[in-house]
Design a protein around this ligand. Structure first.
Ligand SMILES: *Cc1c(COP(=O)(O)O)cnc(C)c1O
Length: 479
């Protein structure tokens, strides 16, 4: 592509994106294609001769756009609603052009140092002490994997060299979390060779928070049985209901037992920027590590996960390894980001966080977060006031879990589950909003997550009205 063509297509693409960001609501939020439809519309071989960018864009619109589920649509209320905000989109564009690869300080001094500075800003915004060093990974899954690998490094002698298999001196290991923990923790213990059975899930209280007393009992029971506890994962903002584990009590136990405490605050951590919610990270200052995802509720295009650790030396002990061809004269005076994890190459993600924090400013970010929390409270109020709906969990942030349960009609729990699943399908088929579900104490719950930058009361009201409108037609659902 010659420079003149780049200019022309670049301007056209920015126009396309600007139109998209302004009018994403013209698309059905949940893609309506059938499995295999997109692949079938594309050739099975790459072209031998280059094609014009106009032709490629035409196929993008014709074939791919119908297969997009629009995460950047303000009616997206499923899972966790996220935003690719305009400053973040521009930063990604620029980052691709610069193509920085910050494995070593010298391969990108700017990316290396901006990452430290930007993570320092975010750390102070959420009130974590400066003793926490930060590093950016792609996702919280990978951040938590590194946390647990560091816990393994800290508790098993010479694990880096000798591994775990076939060692008579290493007993069965244990990691603890609540039974509401994100599946990424299950995958992490599998990946680092502990085995899935090493994750012991502690029951929760009526508000889905880990029972610290049961954690203490479980650790004692395991020790008595010759099992070696190495880490606890506490969650601030669980994936189903956004409950907050009692971190102050958990960190006391971890300090007494000498266990690594990792706090998974992937979604809710940013809410600690609000004076009203600063308490959610109480006790986290004494944790060993914490993850928070700007790509969740901080308007940052996917992906960018911030990992904070008070013992980054342990992460480095687990992962640093410098082949001869990567030795540099400045090593020892600088940070080489390849030392803080599995990846060698790493992209310039800090650029988008820097541009977003500067472009919004902390005050506007706080206002958006508060607005989302207010909207969720409003929705919770409508649910509570309606005789045919039942709320299933408290609403500490911007997620509401509830179900349709008609007054004066006796339906089995199975029938209610089927009706609620059907209700979600009917509402999602409208294309106006996208809701997802979760299962709470065995039962299906509708789950509305508010987090997109452009989501307003109109969208939440519309989702509620659609539920009310379609509820009568699920009354007749029979198993
Ligand atoms: C979303 C979420 C994760 C996983 O996030 P990824 O960045 O997609 O890996 C982990 N933990 C919690 C609590 C989450 O909400």
């Amino acid at each position: 592509m010659d420079p003149a063509s780049f200019r022309r297509h670049g301007h056209a693409l920015v126009d396309w994106i600007a139109e998209y960001l302004e009018h994403s609501e013209k698309y059905p939020v949940l893609a309506r294609v059938k499995p295999g439809e997109i692949a079938a519309a594309l050739p099975s071989q790459a072209p031998e001769e280059g094609e014009s960018f106009d032709a490629i864009m035409a196929d993008f619109e014709r074939v791919l756009v119908p297969g997009l589920t629009h995460w950047n649509h303000p009616g997206f209320l499923a899972y966790f609603a996220i935003t690719g905000s305009a400053p973040g989109v521009l930063a990604e564009f620029l980052s691709a052009a610069l193509n920085q690869q910050a494995m070593l300080w010298r391969t990108s001094p700017a990316a290396t140092e901006l990452e430290a500075v930007t993570l320092g800003w975010l750390r102070r915004l959420i009130g974590l002490p400066d003793a926490f060093e930060g590093v950016i990974y792609d996702t919280a899954s990978i951040a938590s994997l590194h946390a647990l690998a560091a816990a393994r490094e800290a508790s098993i002698a010479d694990v880096r060299a000798r591994g775990l298999a076939g060692r008579a001196d290493v007993p069965r290991l244990r990691v603890y979390s609540s039974d509401q923990v994100n599946s990424s923790i299950d995958k992490a213990v599998m990946t680092i060779g502990l085995g899935h059975d090493s994750l012991r899930k502690i029951p929760v209280d009526a508000e889905y928070r880990m029972r610290a007393d049961l954690l203490r009992d479980a650790i004692a029971e395991d020790r008595a049985a010759g099992v070696l506890p190495i880490a606890v994962v506490a969650t601030v903002g669980t994936t189903s209901t956004t409950s907050v584990d009692p971190v102050p009590a958990i960190v006391d136990i971890c300090q007494r037992e000498r266990l690594w405490l990792h706090v998974d605050a992937a979604y809710a951590g940013v809410a600690a920027m609000l004076p009203s919610h600063a308490h959610i990270l109480a006790g986290a200052d004494r944790a060993d590590s914490l993850v928070v995802n700007p790509h969740k509720w901080l308007f940052t295009p996917f992906d960018l996960s911030a990992f904070y650790c008070r013992r980054m030396d342990v992460v480095r002990a687990a992962f640093s390894l410098t082949p001869d061809y990567l030795r540099t004269s400045e090593a020892g005076h600088v940070k080489n980001l390849m030392d803080t994890g599995v990846q060698l190459g790493r992209r310039f993600r800090a650029l988008k966080l820097w541009m977003i924090l500067r472009s919004f400013g902390a005050r506007a970010i706080r206002e958006h977060l508060s607005a989302h929390i207010r909207l969720a409270q409003e929705l919770a109020g409508w649910v509570d006031a309606h005789p045919d709906f039942e709320r299933m969990a408290p609403v500490p942030f911007s997620v509401v879990c509830f179900r349709w349960k008609p007054a004066g009609v006796s339906l089995s729990e199975e029938a209610l589950d089927a009706a609620n699943e059907h209700l979600i399908d009917l509402v999602n088929q409208t294309g106006e909003v996208f809701l997802s579900h979760t299962r709470l104490r065995g039962r299906i719950a509708l789950r509305i997550a508010i987090g997109h930058l452009e989501t307003t009361e109109r969208h939440v009201r519309r989702a509620w009205d659609l539920l009310l409108e379609h509820a009568p037609s699920v009354r007749s659902v029979r198993l």
